[in-house]
Design a protein around this ligand. Sequence first.
Ligand code: NA7
Length: 542
Amino acid sequence: MNDFSTKPVEKLDAVVLGAGFAGLCMLHKLRNGLGLNVRAYDKATGVGGTWYWNRYPGARSDTESWVYCYSFDKKLYKEWKWTERYPRQPEILSYLEHVTDRFDLRRSIRFSTTVTTAHYNEATDRWDIETDKGERVSAKWLITGLGLLSAPNMPQFEGMESFKGEIYHTSRWPKTPVEFAGKRVGVIGTGSTGVQVVSDLAARVDHLTLFQRRPQYSVPAQNHPAKPEIIDKITANLEAYFDRIRRSATCFSFQESDVSAMSVSAEERERVFEKAWEDGGGFNFMFGTFNDIAVDPAANEAAADFIRRKIATLVKDPRKRELLTPTDYYARRPLCDNHYFEALDRDNVTIADVLRHPIVEFTPTGIRTEEGEFDLDIVIFATGFDAVTGNFVRIDFEGRGGEKLKDKWADGPISYLGLSISDFPNMFTLYGPPGPFTNQPPAIEWQVEWVGDLIAYAEKHGIAAFEATREAEQKWMADCIAIAESTLFAKLDWWVMGTNIPGKPRAVSFYMGGFGNYMDHCIGSAQNGYAGYTLTHEKVPA
Ligand code: NA7
């Protein structure tokens, strides 16, 4: 039985979970914008979310710095000087720390604190929240900024405890430096993380072994030092610039194509792909070249074939070339790299094909696959995340009627607009599932504004509870499923479909209809008196 009512409780207007891009922005909006009494919690010792945890070698955003940031404050936008086209992890973390201090957010954040339970109290229309530090608070609003990629996926192999070297997971990287010089390093995983780790480490270690299950399509990032004139130009027109970004499908800075790949000649396709290769950027290659790479098998094959031919020119070693050439759809998260294929072609790099010859066990001195033993001093797991729902099911969220979120989401996430869940009133999940599939900061920032406006509306009109209706939720899910299933993304096994974790049900976790259309859904709801929600007015005392 919940004995919450018998314990000392602090009353707040709102609680925010997480102090990454989403949590910080929400805290600022609610506390500094609306004047509410708000507290944020984060289990880390500092702000940053993803960028606090992912300190691995080579970690950086593969979105351009000038759109991988907030735009709500022109001064902030102008005063922060990014140094590279794609910002490294330490720089993004410094940026978020700067934002925290600039808006005096730190005093409202409890660090090193995990929220363990959040139960909706139907008698009070408030959330009863407890932390691992024994803190108990009651808040009318509960907003999560938990991130989609933060619960690590750490596969377990026989004999791991016997390994005498060091083992790391990229998303739980230590703050103290790891010594790589002269070491034999194994990397498991070839997602965007593994690609960054390998590219960064290959030339810095004695020997690197990549344990590869599946090869990747990746295009050059074409990183370069930041050009201040780009920032100046954007700042002069900041709102209009970000409006344009948000009206696009993916919220990147490149121009998305409206031309279908098969509508042009083979020569023109080649020219367009070549230009995108030179310009750099994974999303640019997938969405800036043609408008149907992710949906039309022929268009997809044209792009895939181009990348395969490029790989053939970059990898001289014939065995490595074969192992590094993907044959399936080009339909996972589009990657870009800093000389990944060149790094793998080095003499001090071995590729172990663990699809054909799986890992059997760890030994005291390395990893044994069905092919043989690889001697290692350090093993890096770049094996990704229990993505999307992983972070939510670790907290005991309980909605109306004692319904547990982990039960409701047992077969995959269900929501309205990726923001609200029926039976979980007054709770909003920033960048929650199924929400937009985009570059995150501009999308998150917009969601924060939308949720902030909703809360302001509720406070002004004496509304006690805002709750997504089941009908709206069902309709939203049907739309998300129909759109996702019409793409090639749904044809492969990967974290976006929930199928990277053994036993996890396949599920649609994103709205793939583009951010512009996503905003229209949210704006339409608000303009129609928050259609899709049931609004319960505060009881007037007799
Ligand atoms: P990803 O993209 O989920 O990649 C994880 C990688 O780890 C992928 O290559 C997996 O191979 C591999 N993996 C996972 N488990 C195993 C086991 N047991 N054995 C061998 N290999 C394994 O995670 P990332 O961290 O790279 O990126 C996630 C997102 O973060 C990314 O999309 C960005 O948005 C930021 P598989 O492909 O499943 O065969």
